[in-house]
Ligand binder design. Structure first.
Ligand code: ACO
Length: 323
C-alpha cells in the first residue's frame, strides 16, 4: 500500500523574543504566574515585515532543504493557519508563488490549533488517493496580530512561528512497521464555539477581530478530548502507549500536556515539550516541536511518533506516524 512518509522538516521563528517579564508593566501579571499556570517562559513575536506567508515560506524552504528537494519536486501545499495574510486568496497560494512554484496546487486549512494535525491527515489522503506525490504541509501563524494586548488572560499565552514537513508517497507493507502516516482520528464540535473564538470576520463584522477565550472552560474539556482521540488512534493502529517512542502534543499549556500524558500512561521522558520556548503558536506548535526534537537528535528515522492537538471550534485530533 501507499504510505505518506516524512522526507524532511523545518521551522522558522520571528526575530524578536518576548520574555514573560516583558509583560510586566503592560498588564497586571508576573513571570511566576505565567510559568506556574502554563509553563511558558518566552514567545516569538512577528515584526511588521514578518507575516504568516513569509514565516511559512521560510519553514517550507528549510523543510525542502532537509529533504534534499526543491519546489519543482512538490505538487501540493497545504497550509494550516487561522491568521492568513489576506481573507483571500489562500496564503498557501502566496507561499506557492514565493517559492517560485507555478505548477501543482495549494490551499489553506482552518482548524485553529488542530490545523497541522488536520493538514497531515488530509495530505495523507491526497497522497494515498493518487492526487499528489509530494506534499508540503505547513503550519504558520501570527497570533500576535489577533490578540487583545490589554487582556492579560490571553495575551501572555500565544506566540508566532511556522513549521513544515514534506510528505512523500512510498510503498509500504501495510503494517505497523511501515514508515509514514499509520493512523489518524479527527473530531470537531461547534457547540463549544463561544469558549474560544475571534470576535470578527468578513461576513459578520467586516473586521479581523480579537481572540476571546474562556481559559478555564477550555482547560476543563481539553484532557478528555485529547485522550479520547488518542485512544481511538491507538485502537485503529493496534498499539498501546508503551509502543510509542515520542509524544508530540499541541503546546498550549504544560499542565494539559502533563495531565494528558499521565492519563494515557505515556512516560514523561517520551513527551516533547516546547511550550516554554514558543508559547501557544496554534497550528505551528506541533511542527515547531517536531523541529526541536529532530534537531536535537531525539526523533530519529523509524521512531513511532504520536501527534495531537486541540483548539478553537472545538477541533481536536491525533496522527500516528513512523518517522
Ligand atoms: N497574570 C496574572 N493573573 C492572571 C492572568 C495573568 N496573565 N490571567 C488570568 N489571571 C487571573 C484571573 O483573572 C483569575 O483571577 P481571579 O481568580 O481573581 O478571577 C486567576 O488568574 C485564575 O484564572 P483562571 O482562568 O482560573 O486560571 P487557570 O489556572 O485556569 O489558568 C489558563 C488560565 C492558563 C488560560 C488555563 O485555563 C488554560 O491554559 N486554558 C486552556 C487554554 C488552551 O489550552 N487553549 C488551547 C487551545 S488554543 C487555540 O485553539 C487557539
Amino acid at each position: 500500500m501507499i504510505r505518506s512518509v516524512v522526507r524532511g522538516n523545518g521551522a522558522a521563528l520571528p526575530r524578536r523574543i518576548m520574555k514573560n517579564a516583558d509583560f510586566e508593566g503592560m498588564v497586571e501579571t508576573s513571570d511566576e504566574w505565567i510559568v506556574q499556570r502554563t509553563g511558558i517562559r518566552q514567545r516569538h513575536v512577528a515584526a511588521d515585515d514578518e507575516t504568516t506567508a513569509s514565516l511559512g515560506e521560510a519553514a517550507a524552504r528549510a523543510a525542502l532543504d532537509s529533504a534534499g528537494l526543491t519546489p519543482a519536486d512538490i505538487d501540493l501545499i497545504v497550509l494550516a493557519t487561522s491568521t492568513p495574510n489576506n481573507t483571500f486568496p489562500a496564503t498557501a497560494v502566496e507561499i506557492q508563488n514565493r517559492l517560485g512554484m507555478h505548477h501543482g496546487f495549494a490551499f489553506d486549512m482552518q482548524a485553529v490549533c488542530s490545523g497541522f494535525v488536520y493538514a497531515v491527515a488530509t495530505a495523507d489522503l491526497y497522497i494515498r488517493g493518487g492526487l499528489a506525490k509530494r506534499v508540503l504541509v505547513i503550519g504558520s501563524e501570527t497570533f500576535s496580530r489577533i490578540l487583545d494586548w490589554s487582556d492579560r488572560s490571553t495575551c501572555v499565552l500565544f506566540g508566532d512561528g511556522a513549521g513544515a514537513v514534506v510528505l512523500e508517497a512510498a510503498k509500504g507493507a501495510g503494517n505497523i512497521a511501515d514508515r509514514g502516516v499509520l493512523a489518524a482520528s479527527l473530531r470537531s464540535d461547534g457547540v463549544h464555539k463561544e469558549k474560544l473564538f475571534v470576535d470578527g470576520g468578513p461576513s459578520t463584522t467586516g473586521t479581523v477581530g480579537h481572540l476571546k477565550m474562556e481559559g478555564r472552560e477550555v482547560f476543563k474539556h481539553a484532557v478528555g478530548m485529547i485522550t479520547d482521540v488518542i485512544e481511538a488512534t491507538f485502537a485503529e493502529a493496534g498499539i498501546t502507549a508503551e509502543d510509542l517512542d515520542w509524544f508530540v502534543p499541541h503546546q498550549a499549556n504544560k499542565r494539559i500536556i502533563d495531565a494528558s500524558a499521565k492519563k494515557l500512561g505515556i512516560a514523561e521522558e517520551k513527551v516533547v515539550v516546547t511550550v516554554d520556548l514558543h508559547g501557544n503558536t496554534s497550528a505551528a506548535s506541533v511542527p515547531l516541536a517536531l523541529s526541536v526534537a529532530v534537531a536535537d537528535g531525539r526523533i530519529k528515522k523509524g521512531d513511532l511518533v504520536l501527534l495531537e492537538a486541540m483548539g478553537g471550534g472545538f477541533t481536536w485530533g491525533a496522527v500516528l506516524l513512523r518517522w
